[in-house]
Design a protein around this ligand. Structure first.
Ligand SMILES: [Cu+2]
Length: 294
C-alpha cells in the first residue's frame, strides 16, 4: 500500500514537471507563482516584448513599508525566471522630485517571482505629488525600459478609515552630525493582544534619490495608550539589529486592543541618541513615534 502511494506520488511529480516544461524550460514549478497574491498593475510598453507585473498580499502600494513581488512574462504568457530587474520610483512634486527608501529587486528562490520592498515617504497626491516608476530589465542579452508609469501609493489610516496613521518618519539627527534618517515601521503587520514581533528599517538619506540601509542601530521602545492615562505595557524588548533578517527587530506587548502610540528613541552603534525622547508624566510622547490600532 505504501509503495503504491509512493509510485502514484512519483507519477504525479513526473506529470507535473512535464506540464510546466511546456511553458518554459526553467525547471521551476511556476504553474502559478502568484498564488495568494493580488495584482497591483501591469507595466507594458509597445516596444517591449515583455510584460512586468506588480503584486503583493493586499493589492495596494501603501505609505511606509510595502512589500512587493514582480513577474515577467513574454508575449506567449511564459514566466521568465532569469530577468534582472530594477525599478526607480520617483515622486514629482512640481518644484522638486524625490525617490524613497527601497531594496534591490531579487529573485525569490524556487519561484519565477522577484521581490523587493519600498518605504514610501509620501502617498500619491500628498503635496500634489505624483509617483512615477521607471523599470529596467535585462533578459538574456535583451535590455529594455518601461518609463514614466504612474503608480498609486495609498495613505495609511487608523481604523476609522480617514485619520492618518503614522508609519514612517524622516528625521535629522540631534547629535550635531546633521545626518538624515528615515525610520519605517514594518511589523506588526497583524497586531494582536499579547506579544508581537516588531521590526523596523532605518535608512540614511544621502540625497533625495539615495537611501542606504543602516545596521546595528537600536530603537528603544515605549508603547503607550494615550486614551487610558498613557499607560504602557510590560515585557517589551528594544529593537536591535537582526543580521539574519537584515532588519531591526524586537517585541511589543499589547495588553489590550485599541489605539497604541509606539514611542521610540533612536540610538546609533555607540548608543548615542540620534532622535526621540523618554515619555514622562509631563511629556506624553516621543518626537519619534508610530501608530498602531486594532
Ligand atoms: Cu513627495
Amino acid at each position: 500500500m505504501k509503495k503504491y502511494t509512493y509510485i502514484l506520488f512519483f507519477l504525479f511529480i513526473a506529470f507535473a514537471s512535464c506540464e510546466s516544461d511546456e511553458g518554459n524550460d526553467t525547471g521551476f514549478d511556476d504553474s502559478n507563482p502568484v498564488s495568494g497574491l493580488v495584482k497591483i498593475q501591469d507595466f507594458e510598453d509597445e516596444d517591449s516584448p515583455y510584460t512586468i507585473s506588480l503584486y503583493n498580499e493586499t493589492g495596494n502600494l501603501q505609505l511606509g513599508y510595502t512589500k512587493v513581488y514582480f513577474t515577467v512574462k513574454d508575449k506567449e504568457g511564459n514566466y521568465i525566471s532569469d530577468a534582472v530587474l530594477s525599478a526607480f520610483p520617483e515622486m514629482d512634486m512640481g518644484i522638486a522630485k524625490h525617490s524613497t527608501p527601497r531594496s534591490e529587486i531579487t529573485p525569490v528562490t524556487g519561484k519565477t517571482l522577484y521581490e523587493a520592498y519600498y518605504s514610501f515617504l509620501m502617498y500619491s497626491g500628498q503635496g500634489s505629488g505624483i509617483w512615477y516608476y521607471d523599470i529596467q530589465y535585462t533578459i538574456g542579452n535583451v535590455t529594455g525600459n518601461i518609463t514614466d508609469a504612474v503608480i498609486d501609493v495609498k495613505n495609511a489610516f487608523r481604523s476609522d478609515g480617514v485619520t492618518d496613521r503614522k508609519v514612517v518618519q524622516s528625521l535629522v539627527a540631534i547629535d550635531g552630525s546633521e545626518k538624515r534618517y528615515v525610520v519605517s515601521l514594518v511589523e506588526p503587520l497583524n497586531p494582536k493582544v499579547g506579544a508581537n514581533q516588531i521590526s523596523a528599517y532605518v535608512h540614511e538619506r544621502i540625497d533625495a534619490d539615495t537611501y542606504l540601509p543602516v545596521e546595528n542601530f537600536t530603537l528603544k521602545i515605549d508603547p503607550r495608550m494615550p486614551s487610558m492615562g498613557n499607560h504602557s505595557s510590560l515585557n517589551n524588548v528594544d529593537l536591535t539589529w537582526d543580521a539574519a533578517n537584515r532588519i531591526h527587530k524586537g517585541t511589543v506587548n499589547f495588553s489590550m486592543t485599541g489605539y497604541w502610540k509606539l514611542n521610540f528613541i533612536l540610538l546609533n552603534e555607540e548608543g548615542e541618541t540620534l532622535y526621540g525622547n523618554p515619555v514622562t508624566e509631563s511629556v506624553q510622547s516621543s518626537s519619534l513615534y508610530f501608530e498602531v490600532e486594532f
